[in-house]
Design a protein around this ligand. Structure first.
Ligand SMILES: [Zn+2]
Length: 189
């Protein structure tokens, strides 16, 4: 990175886990997100895949440095953070498709998605934006026990060695682990 690189900061992610990369007070030069092992950026010029970060570099840092260079070179324009927040995706009330739009409808993905949705139902979660994105991609879920919604990863919801996942469902406390265990039969086996 050159000494002239603009100083950036990373804002709060939206419900698709896209991080705004901000310069100055509130100017967004792009949004960065991970899809499987790749990092992608969305700018005024559209979407661009930066691929995997080099070893030892965080993907978000790679993306922020890329965006700073693009902005400094005049290749992308900035928008106000307020506008980005106003246009952020919102949870849907209705059902979502089985698969995330980026997930090919392969037999393996369809089977994985069915397993995941069965697990969500069993554990009282609801997908509110997209279908199954894969085990290690961010997935916006709503907790049916308390109404919290946010980004989760299916790999954290599967449980380990035949055991149910942690009764600590998400940050913010939920309804308390004892009540979670009482409400969900999988914890009573
Ligand atoms: Zn909850």
């Amino acid at each position: 990175m050159s000494a002239t690189t603009l100083k950036t900061r990373i804002g709060e992610p939206d419900i698709e886990c896209r991080y705004p990369v901000i310069i100055g007070e509130d100017r967004v030069i792009g949004q960065a997100y991970r899809w499987h092992r790749d990092w992608l950026v969305v700018t005024s010029e559209g979407e661009h895949n930066l691929r995997r970060p080099p070893k030892g570099t965080k993907g978000i840092d790679m993306a922020a440095a890329y965006l700073a260079e693009e902005y400094a070179a005049g290749r992308v324009t900035a928008v106000a953070l307020d506008l980005v927040l106003a246009e952020a995706p919102q949870p849907l009330n209705g059902p979502v498709p089985l698969l995330h739009p980026r997930m090919p409808a392969s037999p393996r993905n369809i089977a994985g998605a069915k397993t995941a949705f069965a697990g969500l139902t069993e554990h009282r979660w609801r997908a509110v934006l997209h279908g199954f994105p894969g085990s290690d991609n961010p997935w916006c879920l709503l907790c049916e026990l308390c109404g919290w919604s946010g980004v989760r990863y299916w790999s954290h919801h599967r449980g380990r060695n035949g055991n149910p996942p942690s009764a600590h469902r998400h940050e913010g406390g939920c309804i308390g682990e004892d009540k979670v265990r009482a409400l969900i039969p999988a914890y009573q086996k």
